[in-house]
Write a protein that binds this ligand. Structure first.
Ligand SMILES: Nc1nc2c(ncn2[C@@H]2O[C@H](COP(=O)(O)OP(=O)(O)O)[C@@H](O)[C@H]2O)c(=O)[nH]1
Ligand SMILES: [Mg+2]
Ligand SMILES: [Zn+2]
Length: 235
């Protein structure tokens, strides 16, 4: 936001004649500082043989449901713990703890993404064991979580079939940043107007290196492939 007049920084030049150079510089500073802290997180994870994954999606796409199911299915094989990010409440961490898995909740208040410093603090509180998997559930938002490196091994975007097949074109930064797209809620495909082939084609158009796996966290469809992908990332 423009510090002088409070505009978004994208409006046409104003009468008071100031530019927006300072705003842009500040944003770059924030990202540069975040990148330093993310590098420190990445070193910590590497030293301890920990695989951290950054799970991102719109609100309600099914991140927590997927985590609950994943922990139930492969928690005996992979030591999993969870960092939960939401603006408010401890609801998701409670859902994860109900599976018997350790979880810490980070509340971002008015913030709309997790940053590397929040994750560092969450990890200190969580104390994940060496050789384990840390799932980081980001704040539900398809925009700025894509910009903030957390020091993770891989970024996973969870896209549900109720969101509209055009989202990879509208939010390309997210789909470009991701290593894997889980196309979830495929159990609902018979009931919604959603072209899964088009969505996959658009996602791989913006990111030709993107892996795509169709899954249903509630019915179990495709989960074996997700667990196989997870095992290839294990320490
Ligand atoms: N039909 C169906 N519903 C799902 C699936 N995964 C999640 N949901 C539902 O979607 C809603 C939001 O899920 P949640 O995991 O809280 O989403 P989050 O905000 O991304 O963590 C809940 O009502 C879930 O039961 C799925 O695979 N199939
Ligand atoms: Mg959630
Ligand atoms: Zn944000």
């Amino acid at each position: 936001m423009c510090a002088t007049c409070g505009c978004s920084g994208t409006t046409a030049p104003h009468e008071h004649g100031h530019g927006h150079t300072r705003v842009i510089t500040l944003e770059l500073d924030v990202l540069a500082k975040n990148d330093q802290l993310a590098a420190s997180n990445r070193r910590f994870f590497a030293e301890h043989g920990i695989v951290a994954l950054n799970l991102m999606s719109s609100p309600g796409a099914g991140k927590t449901t997927l985590l609950e199911r994943t922990i139930r299915d492969v928690g005996g094989e992979l030591a999993v713990s969870v960092v939960e990010g939401d603006q408010a409440s401890g609801l998701d961490a409670e859902r994860i703890r109900a599976t018997g898995c350790a979880a810490v909740q980070i509340n971002t208040g008015s913030g709309c993404h997790l940053d590397a410093d929040m994750v560092a603090r969450g990890i200190r509180e969580l104390g994940p064991p060496d050789g384990s998997v840390v799932m980081i559930e980001n704040v539900g938002n398809l925009v700025c979580p894509a910009l903030f490196d957390l020091g993770e091994r891989a970024k996973v975007v969870i896209m549900s079939v109720t969101e509209g097949a055009d989202k990879p074109l509208k939010y390309p930064q997210m789909f470009r940043a991701a290593d894997l797209m889980l196309l979830t809620k495929v159990d609902l495909l018979p009931h919604v107007d959603f072209d899964a082939g088009r969505c996959t084609a658009l996602a791989t158009h913006v990111n030709p290196g993107l892996d795509v796996l169709p899954v249903s966290a509630t019915r179990g469809q495709g989960l074996a492939a997700w667990y196989a992908w997870l095992r290839t990332r294990r320490p």
